[in-house]
Ligand binder design. Structure first.
Ligand SMILES: [Zn+2]
Length: 455
């Protein structure tokens, strides 16, 4: 009896074990997650271990891979060194996730290599620092999440490396930290710096918006974009920076010690904290162009050039960049687009007489801009009295320009006229004639200066 019971229990246990194992075996045997050529893999890690330079891993279902490898100083999920591989996303989502909350830890690391993606789908990376690329490393990813206190969404460590982010970057510290070339086609959300770019080769383009919601918990100032040492940064969307602390908060901070760092923002810059600076251009030859507006609180700083704060009204029409207001200390420059539709020139209509001129007073004529309706006026000189020629001659003689015995020469308005007299006697009894252009004029004998005067 006792033996029978033991057998029954053993049978029950066997059946239970079989039932537990069955689904796992089915899963492993019939649902590969990816393939390299004709070889299928149920474990994505096995495929990563097997993939050779130039090969493609085709994804066969959504994969979230979080197995970390620890090396001497940190950890990573995928590290590519000296080789080029391709993920054919094949319509699926491939996620690399490293939840190690310690630096340096990465989701994806590339040292002198290339991780390409083809096909529809997403290649998403999460880590303390999500993606680190160095020594001529290149990659293209979809969405990036960095949760580290001093981590970065994208970290490009040298001038030969490039990263393209087709989606968004979410980061605690810096969205992008780059010495090389980065293109972000989506938005960047961070809590300290949206983009930090450093060095001659740094060229960061953000096609979406940058939003930085600072926590004031770090020692670093909160900034939308920080450009240093000739780095180029272009933001085609807007920059919004909020901070709840009392530290300095910048929309754009361009600074360099040697060559011009240049930043172009095509959207608006909106900074909101108790110590807001819209745009700062510091030190030598920092250049910033803003094609949107700069919005700061009433007590905020619109633009800081060197150590001088400028209000919006301090801008003067730029000769270097026509159509822009310029703010400069003649070392660094900030140009803000003049948003007026006629910033470069009005589209003037014809001059129209609004008040006719008279012999006594100037008149007024007016023209109107066809675009903005601006009016411009100018004076019309008052009319000049045209006297009959005979009167002018008499005036000239009366004013004594010249006359004498024999032919008389009179100068009228700079032109010399020679008069012939009928008897050469100008004592007032004779009559004086003159001929101009074939017309004989009889001069007024009583004109002043003719009577009794004779050479
Ligand atoms: Zn106009």
């Amino acid at each position: 009896m006792k033996k029978q019971t033991t057998k029954l229990i053993a049978l029950v246990i066997s059946v239970l074990m079989l039932a537990t194992l069955l689904p796992a075996m089915t899963f492993a045997a019939e649902e590969p997650v990816c393939e390299i050529g004709s070889v299928q893999y149920a474990d994505f890690g096995d495929a990563l271990a097997a993939v050779q330079d130039g090969e493609t891993i085709k994804i066969l279902k959504d994969i979230e891979y979080d197995k970390t490898t620890v090396w001497s100083v940190g950890s990573y999920v995928l590290r590519i060194t000296d080789k080029s591989i391709t993920f054919d996303l094949n319509g699926y989502v491939l996620s690399l996730v490293n939840l190690q909350d310690a630096t340096p830890s990465f989701g994806l690391m590339i040292n002198n290599g290339d991780v390409c993606i083809i096909g529809d789908g997403e290649f998403n990376i999460t880590g303390y620092t999500a993606v680190r690329v160095e020594y001529n490393g290149k990659t293209e990813v979809t969405n990036v999440t960095s949760f580290g206190d001093v981590g970065c969404g994208i970290e490009v460590q040298d001038m030969y490396s490039t990263v393209t982010v087709n989606g968004d970057i979410t980061a605690v510290y810096r969205g992008v930290n780059s010495y090389g070339a980065v293109v972000v086609n989506g938005d960047i959300n961070s809590q300290v710096t949206g983009v930090y770019a450093w060095g001659d080769a740094a060229d960061v383009i953000v096609n979406g918006d940058i939003t930085v919601n600072g926590l004031s918990s770090t020692s670093e100032q909160t900034m939308g974009v920080r450009s240093y040492r000739n780095a180029k940064v272009t933001v085609n969307g807007s920059i919004t920076v909020n901070d709840n602390g009392d530290g300095e908060t910048y929309g754009v901070y361009a600074h360099t010690n040697s060559a011009g760092g240049s930043v172009i923002v095509n959207g608006d810059i909106n900074v909101n904290s108790v110590n807001s600076i819209g745009v700062a251009a510091r030190y030598e030859n920092s250049l910033v162009t803003v094609n949107g507006g700069i919005i700061v609180p009433d007590d905020g700083t619109y633009i800081r050039i060197g150590t001088n704060d400028k209000t919006e009204e301090d801008g003067v029409p730029s000769i270097i960049k026509p159509g822009y207001f310029e703010y400069t200390d003649e070392i660094s420059y900030v140009w803000v687009l003049n948003q007026h539709p006629c910033a470069l020139d009005h589209d003037w209509g014809e001059w129209i007489v609004t008040t006719p001129a008279t012999y006594e007073a100037d008149g007024v004529e007016t023209r109107v801009c066809a675009v903005c309706g601006e009016e411009e006026t100018r004076a019309i000189p008052k009319l000049v009295q045209e006297k009959p020629l005979l009167d002018q001659l008499n005036d000239a003689i009366a004013n004594g320009d010249y006359y004498g015995d024999g032919p008389i020469t009179v100068v009228i308005n700079g032109v010399e006229y020679v008069f012939e007299s009928n008897n050469g006697n100008y004592n007032g009894n004779g009559t004086l004639f003159c001929t101009i252009d074939g017309v004989v004029y009889k001069l007024d004998r009583n004109a002043k200066g003719i009577k009794g005067v004779k050479n």
